[in-house]
Design a protein around this ligand. Sequence first.
Ligand code: AMP
Ligand code: GLY
Length: 441
Amino acid sequence: MRILVIGSGGREHALVWKINQSKLCDKIFCAPGNAGIAQIAECVDIKADDISCLLDFAKKERIDFTVVGPEVALSFGIVDEFRKSGFKIFGPDKKAAALEASKVFSKEIMAKYKVPTASFKIFDDPDEAKKYIEQMGAPCVVKSDGLAAGKGVIVAKSIDEAKKAVTSIMQEKVFGASGNKVVIEECLQGQEASILVITDSKEVVALASAQDHKRVFDNDQGPNTGGMGAYSPAPVVTRELFKEILEKVIYRTIDGLAREGIDYRGVLYAGIMLTKDGPKTLEFNVRFGDPETQAILPRLKSDLLEVMLATAEQKLGRIRNLEWDERASVCVVCAAGGYPGNYAKGKEIFGLDKASKMKDIVVFHAGTKSRVVNDVGQRQEIEYETSGGRVLGVTGLGKDIKEAIDKTYAAVKEISFEGMHYRNDIGGKALMTNCKAQNPG
Ligand code: AMP
Ligand code: GLY
């Protein structure tokens, strides 16, 4: 089959890497891809949200199956457009993608179908929102309704901070029309876990649990990022909790959407807070998590492409169970100096080759570019340089989390570029948990 993967980050490198192992895969294109992806796929210079160009490309190249990485194209309706033209594609359609693209919609679905989540109120008037914040007190959470590149959630420690968030979202419109409405919600406490499933709206197969690390510095300090690392499985999600999350969050949401006439096909990602009152949903994403995917997929033994195809064809029932590597994985993100604020690009990356060759290590590229520096005869020498905030995701497998942590950091230490920084405590929380995580299945 001829496959097109859309996106350019670490998640897409992991998807391409895994799809490339499928016996069904003959050729992979990636739009736009990155320098790591280019080692296994043909990268094409089309933006991930340029739907008409992507569709033209799929027609021209006779693409058999398309996999969408990022949420923006999904929320613009790429799946609807591809299906209309007779192309098979993996991901939810525009209506279903609203589960991520509109926090108001997602909270309304959760409330209607009794999916456990933080208590909340929706506002379209900033003064009303601020009055409510004063009544409610701090801490509280202010969420911009629409997509805001991961920056639309403010966990406010004081009333003043929450009101300022309302001003910047609703009045200064820092995220544009995405801030026409806000959700103000109760601040939940606990450990977070990411539960991802693949569904064709009738059947559900769960992926192994994972935990992300959103803050930039060790011990969850500093501003939020796209994710500084992840590990899988997350021992805090015991077999009982996994079952409870599937029943109360995942099944209720998918069934609820079906009752609304929305047929969800693709990955459904639930961000869960494990509170003392049980698991509660923080958010839904309609795509694979980044960097959770880089931790989860190296543990998946089954053929992902086969599962994704069955999903698109609504024949997921034929996939009984996914097979998992019993080993644990850890993914550490190497970020550019300054990230998540302004950061420099174009810094040469050293040590990639050595790190990639280490046992049980995969280096996924996120924000990289390459250039040929020496092209004499048969020998091409390629140099890699940084081109994004999250530059690389180094994943290691070990017999347990401790071994995975040690192997991963040994590989990270081989890599360097000017300004590179990473967290030193990825996976640390798993070591403090006395539970044994169970693979789904
Ligand atoms: P999101 O951008 O929707 O992924 O949310 C970003 C992060 O904000 C989540 O991963 C949580 O750490 C935090 N968050 C969101 N909602 C809440 C809440 N109700 N209580 C506490 N933290 C929250
Ligand atoms: N890791 C969080 C996300 O993908 O949004």
